[in-house]
Design a protein around this ligand. Sequence first.
Ligand SMILES: [Zn+2]
Length: 273
Amino acid sequence: MPELPEVETLRRDLAAALVGERIRRCEVRLPRLVTCPDCRTFCSRLKGARIEEVRRRGKYLLFVLDRPWEWVVHLGMTGSLLLAEEGSPEPPHTHIVLHLTHPRLLRYADPRTFGETAVVPAGDHSALKGLAGMGPEPLERSFTAKALERAMRTSARVKSALMDQRRVAGIGNIYADEILFRAGIDPSRPADSLGKEELERLHSAVKTVLREAVRRRGSSVSDYVDSWGKPGSYQLVHKVYRREGRPCPACGEPIRRTVMGGRSAHWCPRCQR
Ligand SMILES: [Zn+2]
């Protein structure tokens, strides 16, 4: 699933390509991807709108328009937003097509269709629960060690707490594993059992791992590609994620995989306490 670094990469590329573009026409082939309003209203609100800015909140992309609406996209597990030209071969599972200045297109493709899109009143995200209840942005300056400590005040496992979007925005399975390895913390520890020094290490690991992953344009482990169809490269430096049985890069101990709350955690039993 695209997490903060992948969505941030898309945001930057799409901002560079789309700011100032007008949406001439909108085609929705799979109406259930449109959370609100209904599909026809969705298209009529987008039609003719100019894209003024592209923002990101957690794993959501927000397109600010020259009208009192905002276009919101969440890529779910396997969604992608691809820039293309009219007449170019269409990727399978293309469910939404926005026609921009001829011949430019923006295609939304999503094999598993867990994504969602909506047009909502600008700045009012109350219709989208996940977005309205989103926790702090970990790469913002205001996300201090103190802010992380507040987010970790729960007896849930630290890995689940990091992935809980209401506590911290944008972190999913890949980056939670990599962050906890860097911080030297066992993913199954209760979040509220972490001491001050551990929280500081965790805070610094959150910032370092996410920044480096953005610099490397995200991780391409299964489906993720950027809006030009190109993979990121952070997967090349993953230390634990999907490296079960391979030696820990720090101590040589085989990386372990444990199922935790239905998701797998990858970690080093010697380096992570
Ligand atoms: Zn190790």
